[in-house]
Design a protein around this ligand. Structure first.
Ligand SMILES: Nc1ncnc2c1ncn2[C@@H]1O[C@H](COP(=O)(O)OP(=O)(O)O)[C@@H](O)[C@H]1O
Ligand SMILES: N[C@@H](CC(=O)OP(=O)(O)O)C(=O)O
Length: 565
């Protein structure tokens, strides 16, 4: 039987009617408590689904016992308090919490928003994740007796102990972690192998230690804070170690745990970014490099918070990677689609999957600079005014492999494309950019699903071997994808300008593709020409005063006048 629950408002007790959704105009703790308590009672619910935005919570559930459900709804609503609820997520990346000074600065920053009651998500301090990975790799070959001399292990210990000393927190809070870390490295040395599962457990020490230190520091300031390991509070993931996906069960579980604790004993939650728990193995998993952004947006959606803030070391999302072009400018507004595309095509500033929960929950994401808090940053929302927008950002993804596949006509055109993609699916390799004709297909392979390495030669040989059964295959390595993120409604204008720039550099574009997302045009060029192209494109699009880039004739097609190049 499908039970339907309807909240008329926060003060009105809910009534049970024959509908399938519970809706509320504002998200109050008691509604979330209700939703999560229903979700957590399998005897009560056969199936349960929620989606929430900052204003609307929808719950559909199929109840096994309506009487019990009704009592539960009433009890939970009456017990709830409409007082101070959690308001936003603030995520601070490794660069923001790299030292004791930075942690002080971040605490000060959090306290400078007295009207917020934030959930804090932290990454590991500075480059700790990289150091842990290096320590693990060294442990594989160095022998058990040499583990304590691994330089990266000493670095990590020194950094964390010094930070605790300087912040005046009790060093005992991470004693056990430091001991276990060394034991783990000895285990790796003994086994002479570092599996993806062990790798995830190894890197989890970074976030587990940074959050404990920071929560303890907040407590020394007289601000009540409570540390949480994400894998203990309901972050349930697939068992794809090193690149796990968050499962739907995470949302009600995390909401329940954080809200229950907040209501019974309010304290600022300090949550480990990047980590989860595999649903079959129950082992620690990680969400892929930069995954703390995804932790933040997941919490934002789970709790239906007002805003998700990600604090970085740059003034927001920039017009291109500042390491390629130091004068890149902050982009004030982006849509979730633009930000997702930008992240997916290689802009390190955001995790590729992090926009999904924010978009589903329709929760604005603000990218801010913890080193320059007055900078306005970038606001990412579902829609924005695109009438004046042409190009938003230029993104470079290096060291990409491309494949040109020409059918030997053993299969019809439908069969050919289907067969090509089934080969990639069977081998678990993602494809980024695709250009097709009836009998040929060119595509680029995405190495990002593999942990900090490119597709290895053996895997590529296997792909080619399989494809050669139906096609002539040409594999080209050391290519780059330049993604032009912006208003693809103006693609002719963007392409005209881009090709002028590239022609003036004597660069030949090897593949071009315009995504269905309508925000991205991808161009494939040689690796060694790519940075030069990005710099020239940046100055043509963002630094030259080119009137045709801003004038709108009201028909959405630009004025088509030739560029000044
Ligand atoms: N388009 C871009 N906009 C902003 N930063 C970018 C962009 N492309 C690459 N970056 C790099 O991303 C870095 C910020 O991301 P990240 O290192 O993940 O931050 P954090 O560790 O603070 O979360 C910047 O320091 C910058 O070097
Ligand atoms: N510490 C992890 C997770 C993370 O999100 O880090 P950061 O916020 O510093 O990018 C990493 O380095 O990948």
């Amino acid at each position: 039987m499908a039970a339907a629950l309807h909240f008329g408002g926060v003060k009105t007790p809910p009534s049970i009617a024959a509908k399938e959704t519970l809706q509320s105009q504002s998200l109050w703790p008691q509604q979330l408590r209700f939703a999560t308590s229903v979700a957590s009672r399998p005897f009560l619910c056969r199936s349960f689904k929620t989606s929430c935005s900052s204003r609307v919570l929808k719950v559909s559930c199929e109840a096994a016992n309506l009487d019990v459900l009704e009592k539960n709804v009433t009890a939970t609503v009456n017990a709830g308090s409409s007082g101070s609820q959690l308001t936003c997520v603030m995520k601070f990346g490794g660069s923001s919490v790299a030292s004791s000074e930075r942690m002080r600065e971040v605490a000060d920053l959090i306290l400078s928003f007295p009207n917020e009651r934030p959930v804090i998500v932290l990454s590991a301090m500075g480059k700790t994740t990289n150091k842990l990975l290096l320590a693990g790799e060294k442990a594989v070959t160095c022998g058990v007796t040499n583990v304590s001399c691994i330089e990266e292990l000493s670095f990590i210990k020194d950094l964390h102990i010094r930070t605790m000393n300087e912040l005046g927190v009790d060093k005992a809070i991470i004693d056990k972690h430091l001991e276990d870390l060394e034991q783990l490295l000895k285990g790796i040395a003994m086994m002479k192998e570092l599996t993806p599962r062990t790798r995830d457990y190894l890197v989890s020490f970074g976030e587990c230690m940074s959050t404990r230190i920071f929560a303890a520091y907040m407590n020394t300031l007289g601000v009540k804070a409570r540390q949480y390991d994400a894998f203990d509070i309901g972050f349930i993931t697939t068992d794809d170690f090193t690149n796990a996906d968050i499962l739907e069960a995470t949302y009600p579980a995390v909401a329940k745990r954080l809200y229950d604790d907040w209501i019974s004993d309010p304290a600022i939650p300090i949550v480990t970014g990047f980590l989860g728990k595999g649903w079959r193995t129950c082992a620690v998993t990680t969400l892929g490099r930069g995954g703390s952004d995804l932790t933040a947006t997941t919490i934002g959606k789970a709790l239906g918070l007002r805003e998700i803030q990600v604090w970085k070391d740059v003034d927001g999302v920039l017009t291109c990677d500042p390491n390629i072009y130091p004068n890149a400018h902050p982009v004030p507004y982006l849509t979730f689609d633009e930000a997702a595309e930008l992240a997916y095509f290689g802009a390190q500033v955001l995790h590729p999957q992090s926009m999904r929960p924010a978009r589903e929950g329709d929760i604005p994401v603000r990218v801010k600079n913890s080193y320059n808090r007055n900078a306005s940053g970038t606001l990412i929302t579902k829609t924005r005014d695109m009438t004046k927008a042409v190009l938003t950002s230029i993104v470079l993804k290096r060291n990409v492999t491309t494949l040109d596949i020409v059918s030997t006509r053993m299969l019809g055109s439908f069969g050919f494309l289907a067969k090509v993609f089934s080969i990639f699916a069977d081998l678990g390799i993602s494809v980024d950019v695709v250009a097709t004709s009836e009998v040929s297909i060119s595509l680029t392979l995405d190495p990002s699903k593999l942990w900090s390495r490119e597709l290895i030669q053996q895997e590529l040989d296997h792909v080619v071997e399989e494809l050669e059964k139906i096609a002539v295959v040409n594999l080209l390595q050391k290519r780059s994808i330049i993604s032009l993120i912006g208003n693809v409604q103006r693609s002719s204008l963007i392409l005209e300008k881009a090709f002028r720039v590239l022609r003036s550099l004597g660069v030949n574009v090897q593949m071009i593709s315009q995504g269905a997302s309508k925000v991205n045009i991808s161009l494939v060029v040689d690796d060694d020409e790519a940075e030069q192209c990005v710099r020239a494109l940046h100055s043509a699009f963002f630094e030259n005063d080119l009137p045709e880039l801003v004038i709108d004739r009201g028909n959405g097609k630009g004025n088509g006048s030739p560029s000044g190049l």
